[in-house]
Design a protein. Sequence first.
Length: 783
Amino acid sequence: MLTHNLGYPRIGSKRQLKKASEAYWKEKISLHDLLQVGADIRLQNWKLQQEAGIDLIPSNDFSFYDQVLDMSLTVGAIPERYHEIVTDQKRPELDLYFAMARGYQKDGLDIIAMEMTKWFDTNYHYIVPEFKKDQKFKLFSTKVLEEFKEAKRLGIHTKPVILGPISYLLLGKEKEEGFSRISLLKNLLPVYLEILTKLENSGATWVQIDEPYLAMDLSNEQKEAIQYAYNEIKKACPSLKVLIASYFDTLGDNISLASSLPACALHIDLVRAPEQLEKVLESIPKNMSLSLGLVDGRNIWKNDFKNSLALIEKAKKAKVSERLLISPSCSLLHSPCDLEEEHNETDLTTEIKNWLAFAKQKVWEVSHLKNLALGKEDKANLTILSDNQAAIQSKTNAQIVHNPKVQKAIDLLDSGYSQRKSAFGDRQKVQEDNLKLPLFPTTTIGSFPQTKEVRQWRAHLKKGVLTQNQYDELISQETKTAIQWQEDIGLDVLVHGEFERNDMVEYFGEQLNGFVFTQNGWVQSYGSRCVKPPIIYGDVSRPQAMTQKWTSYAQSLTDKNVKGMLTGPVTILQWSFVRNDQARSATCQQIALAIREEVKDLENAGIKIIQIDEPALREGLPLRVSNWDEYLEWAVDCFRIASTGVEDKTQIHTHMCYSEFNDIIKHIAAMDADVITIECSRSQMELLDAFAEFQYPNEIGPGVYDIHSPRIPTEDEMVQLMEKAKAVISDRQLWVNPDCGLKTRGWKETKEALTRMVQAAKTLRKDTGLNISSFTTNAVNTP
Ligand code: GLN
Ligand code: ZN
């Protein structure tokens, strides 16, 4: 029996990599310094895994930005626009690499970055490979080899990790028509064979090849491609021990394919899909080893050793011990680094801390599991097991986890909680009377620029430099200015600006029971960007109103309607570490009930329009399409629980900001929000086609300008986009708004852009007004 790890977090336990790379980008530190920080992190990671007794320690799991981009550089898939960036002494390879990730505006060049998108169902973003029809590949970067050799020099024999050829191709995008990226395999494979041969020649014994697509639905062509690729690898490197890793879901109907591959070992995720073990054991050949992914790489809870040992026992019955490997379920990239970095004096009490395991602790868990499974019943091991079970028990029985009131409220949930009083058509009339908005009403998505000052006030409040009163005063001034300014430029539905919020999930989590926050539980989101997801440990409830104070204050300053602004239950769930002792849907329902109460409080306070943001609804989609409906049903129901407790006259908005609604449009309609605002401008309104085709009945605000760039759109552009929208959606349904919140923008460009946007809406009304009056005239003249 061997222990191994699929990957360790590379940001450093104190986010050293973030700090160093940002300093390097600002030219504050040298390349040499940056490389040194990378080397130090690798050394630290390797050492701590070695100390924990991990048999196969990964290398090449380190990355300066992203492992998929690493692969693009390795196989030389460098889009043409970067060919101008010649690497030499002055401009190292790493600068080309960063240019691909972040764009390049230097030395008279202006090259845009590669696209970035979410890594399966995680909140990690990878850089999307770009492929052309005649795409050539060649071994360009030898990072994987160098890291293996680096570790070897340090006396650590590692298992290099690379992203497999099939998943690499499937994660990419065709940049021209007329070919399918999987057809590039024959060009790509020789580079893989070259790398693997070089690794073997350098002394590598094991390599881990990640094929997360094995947990997805695969076409026959894709299945054949996998078969072909691994046959070729076997032929080229017959004695290299290849471990193929799948994760994030069950192998499902790919079990027989996966176990037929000529690999030395197969890794399966038994945290997400423990039920697959039996079938895998039935179909896996005798000479293939099985890696049991037992320790959750995606969450922060201690492993329940009893559970894991039971799974190992099951595997032992079918397979000899020597053919088993013990490991985390997936790379620990998605876990925070080290619980020891958390200090006790904060929210994270000793009680809760005792329930948690971060990456470093998880590595030890893997090693403990092996010892326990091998029946090493010495005193130390028995203590480890009993401590573990005591921690698990203490969480199961903890008072702070269970709130009978919440349980009771959940038991009372019935379909009445998911239904508005009247159908949309009737509500629309009542709302038109209640709100008296013009045609093509203008609004924004919620946040206004979070300037340095605003962020500093919050930091000063935390440090005690500002008192709560002083802070509140500053925020109210900022809000007041924003309200006045929105009135001045003539927006129809105003927002308070979200100046008091740090983050759209954290702000709510901090005010809800059942949540706790770490000081250092950072996880890489993309590049140098890290997030610190809240931990939901117990039943969620709302002790008091959360947003009413600032919303009501903003409303008191104006006669126009101020839109209340809430984060939806699915998004809060999706961006947190969640409980593992109940279904995600159950946790989501609890959050939904808390938001429902907040919605009612806002309504009672006289707020007539309330927006419930759900930008993360789509990213929660399961990997397997066959599981989509089940997820979407409870997710939509939770949104409805949150949003339907109001009177007909109260207008509910929702907001989502990602493309591709086609495949889930039915469920978006089922959310039954009175208005949905969506990101649309980058796709030039193409996104709206899904709504048009479906004959989406409610109102829609298709974003008319991209907020990701400081560029100010012209009025004409926005009118043009709205004309496109008008062609497929009726005028009465349409709103005019930007793509998303303006938090990351500066005031100057925001003011300019919104002024033009309001002007664009006026132009639209004028044009439409003419049509209406000519229609009326006609009607009058008709005898
Ligand atoms: N209301 C939020 C904002 O305006 C929405 C953010 C989002 O969609 N991610 O910032
Ligand atoms: Zn958005």
